[in-house]
Design a protein around this ligand. Structure first.
Ligand SMILES: Nc1nc2c(c(=O)[nH]1)N[C@H]1C(S)=C(S)[C@@H](COP(=O)(O)O)O[C@H]1N2
Ligand SMILES: [Mo]
Length: 170
């Protein structure tokens, strides 16, 4: 091997090593954008924000919970990515989440809920996507039946339905 090739291979290795791999973990949505995460996030796929379509949300680590809620009749099965998985993939760095709905409603959730509780951003109810009329397509669901101590007004108010945006704040 001559020196030119050696140098070439050397700089190539350096270049590859310098590529920020983490920046490539968030793909581009191909379907309709259903969720925008903004604020203190390390990973973006648009101008300072992270856009998600349904397929991207369903590709994240999922959880299912069977529970009653104040908004449904009888036990329902909800599934979707954990809020933890969502925070992980965007590299969220704040202390609170401001969760906004399609209407004007917004609620604040402490980041600790996403790490301490298996709260999900449900994309499905009883296996099927939720229409806007059914409080979908995205609904923050706490595992009320698994953790009855969560069945109170504090967590009801954080149970945002028709979620459209999440802003990571200090
Ligand atoms: N999108 C959306 N989610 C929401 C609300 C809302 O008005 N819009 N209200 C919240 C509050 S404060 C509570 S206590 C419950 C209210 O549920 P209810 O209107 O069925 O009593 O849902 C929460 N999630
Ligand atoms: Mo409420």
């Amino acid at each position: 091997m001559n020196n030119t090739i050696r140098t070439l291979i050397g700089s190539l290795a350096l270049l590859i090593g310098a590529v920020p791999v983490a920046a490539n973990t968030l793909p581009q949505p191909t379907g309709d954008v259903v969720l925008t995460i903004r604020g203190a996030i390390a990973q973006t796929n648009a101008e300072g924000v992270a856009h998600f379509d349904m397929a991207m949300l369903e590709a994240l680590p999922q959880r299912e919970t069977r529970t009653e809620t104040p908004w449904h009749t009888g036990v329902q099965v909800f599934s979707g990515p954990t809020m933890q998985a969502l925070m992980d993939i965007v590299g969220a760095e704040g202390a609170t989440l401001r969760i906004g709905a399609l209407n004007d409603y917004a609620a604040t959730m402490p980041m600790s809920d996403t790490s301490d509780l298996p709260v999900i951003l449900a994309t499905r109810q009883n296996g099927a996507p939720m229409s806007v009329r059914e409080k979908g397509p995205l609904f923050v669901i706490y595992p009320f039946d698994e953790m009855p101590e969560l069945f109170n007004e504090v967590h009801f108010s954080r149970s945002v339905w028709q979620v459209a945006t999440i802003t990571i704040e200090d």
